[in-house]
Design a binder for this molecule. Structure first.
Ligand SMILES: Cc1cc2nc3c(=O)[nH]c(=O)nc-3n(C[C@H](O)[C@H](O)[C@H](O)COP(=O)(O)OP(=O)(O)OC[C@H]3O[C@@H](n4cnc5c(N)ncnc54)[C@H](O)[C@@H]3O)c2cc1C
Length: 459
């Protein structure tokens, strides 16, 4: 029998279980070549790049445990794939789909080119609960409002490809021409070096499929009713912490869905997974989601240029404890609690009147769970510029949010040690206590609120 290996191209699906491309490749009955390509799509934000490095290593280790390896090559995706196909005589290339505009365009081009060369090219679902083009109104147009989207999505079956990791994988014999192209791990160029600021990320996270499964199992031990009640309280740590694992495909949303559904009261949590799908369906229809106000009237918004204010926000030095706690948590761990993300986003856009795109860019650089759909959708939601957004005039008061969602100041204490000694009551307004050693508020709430409303009304 002629050997015509199957190339499995991993991209944002760093897992062996529930991986349809890998599974179908095994079914094809030919030896495998597993590939990851370092190209312009892997030039993401710095924190996400840190995660990507860990994801590549974890997948490579999992493949080595099965007797194979991950070939990591560098270059434009199409030319790398074609080079590998030529060097190895691969007869088929399989991958799981991605949905960002650049990725889709690249993949369409590669599929056509491979098919033109007589090579089988097949792509599979696996990153979302529903393919973005499947949840549609009766007239076939995309939903713009989440509740309507989710109602419709819930009537459709989840695309659940659930299989354990293949027990046995058969790998192609090494091909010298391909071995010569491999990028050694120390040359991936994904980790920060000067300086190495990733200590907090290393303390917080272990990228990989094993950790994703452990985290999911841990989360599913608890009654989901508790999640619904406490998910807004950052000190409670009652959310799943799965976002970076979902982002890099260490676990599939279908697996998360199945596991959560098996527990009592899963509705609220499943709805949050729905927001993730909604974001991707929005990006699918709106490729410029990160750069264009979905409400065009905001194009005339008189955003302020305020480098000092922006820097204070970025570094957690605004003088508002909940905002500063969130921004410091982000800097240290690469994530921030969802409620606090909402508060800091509102603060930047409304209290400082700085364009939401500045915040989106900062989050893109610092979040390990950054994705090009959820991040801009949530920023547009918070800024009031999105289609299904909170109205601009709803301005979050950072002190009231702090009192409501961190009443004992436990979250604030863990990130803003300068004021940890203050009482539960005073910790939300340290400026009223004459407390030294912590920055005074960079902007007065009442003034900022009035300024934001005036700017919005003048639109
Ligand atoms: C300004 C802003 C920017 C954000 N940027 C991102 C981002 O780049 N990437 C990202 O994954 N999430 C983003 N979120 C959404 C949300 O904050 C995170 O998904 C959540 O905090 C992750 O924690 P968790 O996994 O414990 O969530 P859980 O509460 O356990 O939720 C489960 C999963 O549902 C999904 N999810 C939950 N809320 C949302 C939401 N509002 N939008 C989209 N998906 C959601 C995530 O995949 C999450 O892992 C952003 C929110 C805001 C307000």
């Amino acid at each position: 029998m002629t050997v015509s290996p199957t190339l499995v191209w991993f991209r944002e699906d760093f897992r062996l279980a529930d991986n349809q491309a890998l599974h179908e490749a095994v079914q094809r009955g030919q030896p495998l070549i597993c590939l990851f390509i370092l190209d312009e799509t892997t030039l993401m934000g710095a924190a996400a790049q840190w995660w990507l490095d860990g994801a590549i290593h974890a997948l490579a280790a999992d493949l080595r445990a099965k007797g194979g390896d991950l070939h990591v090559l560098r270059g434009p995706a199409q030319s790398v794939v074609e080079t590998v196909v030529q060097a190895t005589g691969a007869g088929a290339v399989f991958w799981n789909r991605r949905y960002d505009p650049h990725g889709r365009e690249t993949d369409t081009g590669i599929k056509a080119a491979l098919q033109g060369q007589g090579v089988v090219a097949r792509s599979f679902a696996g990153a979302l609960l529903h393919e973005p083009w499947t949840v549609r109104t009766q007239s076939g147009s995309p939903y713009k409002i989440f509740t309507a989207f989710w109602r419709a999505a819930c009537t459709l079956p989840v695309q659940a490809f659930l299989r354990p990791a293949p027990e046995k994988l058969v790998f192609a014999a090494p091909v010298p021409a391909l071995e010569a192209l491999r990028v050694p791990p120390e040359q991936y160029g994904l980790l920060p070096t000067t300086p190495d600021w990733a200590g907090g990320l290393r303390e917080t996270w272990v990228p990989g499929e094993a950790q994703a499964c452990a985290q999911l199992a841990d989360f599913c031990q608890y009654d989901q009713a508790d999640y619904a009640q406490t998910r807004d309280f950052p000190a409670k740590e009652s959310t799943s912490g799965l976002s970076p694992f979902l982002r890099f495909g260490h676990v599939s949303p279908a697996r998360v869905w199945e596991s959560a559904q098996a527990r009592p009261n899963p509705e609220k949590f499943l709805t949050e997974l729905g927001w993730r799908d909604f974001a991707w369906s929005l990006l699918f229809e709106t490729p410029d989601l990160a750069s264009r106000n979905l409400r065009p009237e905001f194009d005339a918004m008189p955003w302020r240029t305020d480098p000092k204010g922006l820097a204070a926000w970025q570094h957690g030095q605004t003088g508002y404890p909940l905002v500063d706690a969130g921004m410091r948590e982000l800097w240290h761990t690469g994530v921030m609690h969802n409620r606090v993300r909402m508060v800091v986003a509102s603060f930047l856009v409304k209290h400082l009147l700085i364009d939401w795109r500045e915040g989106e860019r900062w989050f893109a650089d610092t979040l390990v769970d950054y994705d090009p759909a959820s991040n801009p959708m949530n920023w547009q939601w918070g800024a009031g510029t999105g289609v299904d957004a909170a109205p601009y005039f709803r301005i979050m008061n950072p002190v009231l949010q702090s009192r409501k969602f961190d009443p004992q100041g436990a979250y604030i204490r863990s990130w803003v040690p300068e004021i940890a000694h203050l009482s539960d009551k005073d910790i939300h307004t340290p400026w009223e206590t004459g407390c030294r050693g912590y920055v005074a508020p960079i902007v007065d709430h009442a003034m900022a609120r009035a300024r934001a409303l005036a700017a919005w009304k003048a639109l």
